[in-house]
Design a protein around this ligand. Structure first.
Ligand SMILES: O=P(O)(O)OC[C@H]1O[C@H](OP(=O)(O)OP(=O)(O)O)[C@H](O)[C@@H]1O
Ligand SMILES: O=c1cc[nH]c(=O)[nH]1
Ligand SMILES: [Mg+2]
Length: 210
């Protein structure tokens, strides 16, 4: 299985807080954002940099800048929106492309309902964000949309991944790097990750009470 599980005490601690049964909407949302920020730091580690000349206080110096076209962050609606601000904290100039997918509760197939991409997708690295990688259907559908737009450099950032989803993405798109805060055990009969987080979209948006 090809996945980068971010091994960091803060990541482990924050994700564990999210697993608590009575985690409030506010707390869940806050932790999602905090984790996204930490994960974006790791996922941007291999961004290419170039040296440019700059006037420093003591004369001309070599300065570093991120090379190439600005990255596009791709939240998968809805739950991916919960990670967006955390990623933008680190990459505030990022362009935002949006993909709307809703998993059919019976078939577990992703049903597309929205897409809006920024220009020159073929020249930008893309960073897909979604808290949950379960069957992998939503992630694979998003990767396919991005590839149709010409994207060649794609990373996926998820909080919790199921082995089934990682396998599905690895098989369909071996060129896509997956980053996760945790690789969990399995999917249950309803396609929920165990132990997982429950329904991340509902918890971020407060659409269900339990
Ligand atoms: O790997 P998969 O089996 O495709 O499942 C994962 C998808 O399911 C959830 O979204 P959901 O469809 O519940 O939509 P929501 O974000 O609007 O809640 C989650 O945020 C992923 O997008
Ligand atoms: O465990 C899961 C699986 C899909 N979507 C979620 O929000 N949680
Ligand atoms: Mg949901």
């Amino acid at each position: 299985m090809n996945i980068n599980v971010i091994d960091h005490p803060l990541v482990k601690h924050k994700l564990s807080l999210m697993r608590e049964e009575d985690c409030s909407t506010y707390r869940f949302r806050t932790l999602t954002k905090e984790l996204a920020r930490l994960m974006a730091y790791e996922a941007s580690r291999d961004f290419d940099v170039e040296i440019v000349k700059m006037q420093g206080w003591c004369g001309e110096i070599d300065a570093y800048q991120i090379k190439g076209k600005t990255v596009t962050v791709v939240p998968i609606l809805r739950a991916g929106l919960g990670m967006l601000d955390g990623v933008l904290d680190l990459i505030p100039t990022a362009k935002i492309s949006v993909v709307g997918l809703q998993r059919d509760e019976e078939t577990l197939e992703p049903v597309p309902y929205f897409e809006k991409f920024v220009s020159q997708m073929d020249k930008r690295p893309a960073l897909i964000i979604d808290p949950m990688l379960a069957t992998g259907g939503s992630m694979n559908a998003t990767i396919e949309l991005l590839k149709k737009k010409g994207c060649k450099d794609i990373k996926a950032l998820v909080l919790v991944a199921a082995p089934e989803g990682v396998k599905a993405v690895n098989e369909a798109h071996p060129d896509v790097t997956i980053y996760a805060a945790a690789l969990d055990d399995h999917l249950d009969e309803n396609g929920y990750i165990i132990p997982g987080l429950g329904d991340a979209g509902d918890k971020i948006f407060g659409t269900k009470h339990w």
